[in-house]
Structure formats: C-alpha cells, structure tokens
Ligand binder design. Structure first.
Ligand SMILES: *[C@@H]1O[C@H](CO)[C@@H](O)[C@H](O)[C@H]1NC(C)=O
Ligand SMILES: *[C@@H]1O[C@H](CO)[C@@H](O)[C@H](O)[C@H]1NC(C)=O
Length: 366
C-alpha cells in the first residue's frame, strides 16, 4: 500500500516535472548517473558575456541598445539584445541561469566551480584576428584558464578540480571573425594565403588549442562549426550587391573550414585517450533559419535590428545609430553580425538535445 502510494506519487511527480520543465528535463536525460558540474567556454563574441568590457578595444558593447531585452534591460557586454548561446547552454543543462565572464570582477568561488566564459568578442583561431582588434587571443584565454585552475585548486583542492574538469563540458566557438574580418576585410592574409591554405591555418591553430586544453584536463569538448558567414548582414553589405544576397565565396570558405575541422576532430579523438571532441554543426541550422525565416516567425533576415542601413558596414550598433528597430521579434539578427536572443532560443535547444549525449558512453562521439 505504502509502496503503491510511493509509486503513484513518483509517477505524478514525473508527469508534473515533464509538463513544467520539459526543455531542461529532456536535455538533462544523461546516461547512468552522469552529471555536468560546469561549462567552460572559449572563443569569440557569440559566447562572450562581457570579457571585453575593460579591454582597450573598439569591439565592445556594454552600452545601449545592447542588452535591451536582457533581464532588467542592462547592457552587460553580451553582443546581443538578450542572452547569448553560452547562457542558453548552461540553463538548458540545468546548471545555472547565466554563464558569467571570467573577467567579471564580482565572481564568487561558486561561479567558478560551475563554469565561466573566457571568450572575447573579435577573437579567432588565426592569432592575427584578435591582434587586429586588440582583444583576447586563444593563448590569452588559455593563460586566464590556467589562472582559473589555480583558483579552483586553492578553493576545492587538486583532485576535486580535476574531477570537475573531466566531467565538465567545454565549448569552443570561433572562426567566423577569421573568415569575415581577417581574411576578407583586410589584405594581410589574402596576400599570402588562398582559402584552402587559410582554412588549414585556422584548423591547425584550432587543433593545437584543443590539445592544450586536453593537456590541462578537458575531456568533453564541443566545437562549434563556422556559421554561414556570407549571410550575416555585414557580409551582405560588403559582398552581396544591391539585393544584399548571401556571399557565396564566404559561405564556401566556412564550409571548407568546417569539413577540415570535422576530420581533424576525428583524428584527435583517435589520438587522445578518453577525449570526446564533438563537432557541433551550427552552419546548417542557421542557414535553414535564414532561408525559411517565416517558419519560425521571422520577417527580416538581411538586416540587423540595429546598426544596418544599406550603407552601413559597421558591425556593431551604438547609441548614435538612429536605426534601431521597434520589434526585434521580426529579426534574426540583432546587429549586422550577431543573432537576436529569439534566434538563439530557436537554434540552441535542438542542438543541445542532439549533441549532449555524444559526450557520454559508447566508443565514438560521431
Ligand atoms: C548511481 O548512483 C547511485 C547512488 O550513488 C548508485 O547506488 C548506483 O549504483 C549508481 N548507478 C550507476 C549506473 O552508476
Ligand atoms: C512583433 O513581431 C512579432 C513577429 O512578427 C509579432 O508576432 C508581434 O505581434 C509583434 N509585436 C508588436 C507589438 O507589433
């Protein structure tokens, strides 16, 4: 009788949970007793929650209209009207609501234990990319990660730190600034490299970085593919003609990089014991959204909500720019480079569903 009651209440509880917490619950269905204690992020503006705020760079956005739809409407340094993918990942995984910037001066030890982002807007795999705009390179981010490890070891001990690292999910998101900015918008690399050679340089730098974080204890790493960069508004402005079409060459460069990245991850998975390097395709889901915007309730795909008149080449928007849209829900892009929170909210949950289990069990992460 008592047992039956227990069973019934368990069933009721799980129905309640699945009704009210469906997205989190579904993403959290990890095999066995697996847990993900933390998420650690490296990369560029797509996953930078404000690391650039105190750098001497033009690539920052801790001013309105950025953050217009973020919590209390405050600009935090996120390159968006609201939350960015690193936030959506930690909340979908049930870890915390937001992933803070490592350089946020108010971080507590609990923030470190559950993960931070070292990403820096404007950064990339090519070491020249962050240098052009004076932001944190991947080596700078690695140096900060080592500092972070020191703090963790002091706080919870060496053994616990290494256990946390081995169970945590690492995310690396970079490459679009290399292609859009360094390769196509400056002459520095194009004088010496064609697209195949440049994408080799990017992949080889990505590979060294991944081996470095593996050496420091990272095991489960999700690596974002490059997006269809030729379709972001700033690239349409520069290369899409009067009709603001997607720029084919830039999309092809992204695809070439992606296929090389994906094979490099295969070979690293074979080489590094217990490594789970997972290639995360964002190219196709974002392209689909751009090609079929109405299916998701969007109306505008070739301009950002702020910062893009037809003549506007600037990537970021600012207080002086008069063209900030009134209804951001119609837009896939917030500024001429970065998607809106709504676009991220449509893109990310299926991606998290699809890839989370690849970090656990079985033999192959593919
Ligand atoms: C899960 O954890 C519980 C309690 O710690 C333990 O009894 C059980 O054996 C674990 N199951 C697996 C599959 O590891
Ligand atoms: C904003 O746009 C969305 C999507 O097109 C629409 O559903 C909504 O009604 C609009 N809101 C206002 C206030 O116009």
């Amino acid at each position: 009788m008592h047992f039956l009651f227990l069973k019934l209440s368990t069933i009721l509880l799980s129905i309640l949970i699945s009704v009210f917490f469906h997205p989190i619950q579904a993403a959290l269905k990890l095999p066995n007793n697996e847990t993900i204690p933390a998420v650690i992020v490296f990369g560029d503006s797509i996953v930078d929650p404000g690391n650039n705020n105190n750098l001497q760079t033009l690539v920052k956005c801790n001013f309105p209209p950025y953050g217009r739809d973020f919590m209390a409407g405050q600009p935090t340094g996120r390159f968006c009207n609201g939350k960015v993918p690193s936030d959506l990942i930690v909340s979908e995984l049930g870890i915390k609501e937001l992933l803070p910037a490592y350089l946020d001066p108010n971080l507590q030890i609990q923030d470190l234990i559950t993960g931070v982002s070292f990403a820096s807007g404007g950064s990339g795999y090519d070491p020249l990319t962050p240098r052009i705009v004076s932001v944190l390179s991947l080596s700078d981010q690695l140096r900060l990660f080592k500092e972070y490890l020191g703090k963790m070891k002091t706080a919870v001990g060496e053994e616990k730190t290494m256990t946390i690292l081995s169970k945590s999910i690492f995310i690396v998101c970079a490459g679009s600034d290399d292609i859009a900015n360094t390769y196509y918008s400056t002459p520095f690399r194009r004088m010496k490299y064609n697209v195949p050679a440049y994408t080799n340089l990017m992949v080889s730098s990505a590979s060294s970085f991944l081996q470095e974080i593996y050496g420091l204890g990272a095991r489960k790493v999700g690596i974002f593919s490059a997006p269809p960069i030729g379709c972001v508004p700033s690239q349409r402005t520069m290369g899409g003609g009067k009709q603001r079409k997607c720029v084919k060459g830039r999309n092809q460069a992204a695809k070439l990089f992606n296929s090389k990245l994906s094979s490099e991850l295969d070979s690293l998975n074979n080489k590094l014991p217990h490594a789970r390097l997972v290639y995360i395709d964002i190219y196709n889901p974002l392209l689909y959204l751009i090609q079929k915007p109405r299916a998701s309730g969007f109306e505008v795909v070739n301009k950002g909500c702020c910062g893009t008149g037809n003549l506007e080449v600037a990537v970021l928007c600012n207080e002086l720019n008069p063209y900030t849209c009134t209804n951001v829900s119609k837009y896939i892009f917030w500024d001429s480079y970065h998607p809106t929170q709504k676009a991220y909210e449509i893109l990310l949950p299926p991606i998290i569903q699809k890839y989370t289990n690849k970090f656990f069990g079985g033999d192959s992460p593919r």
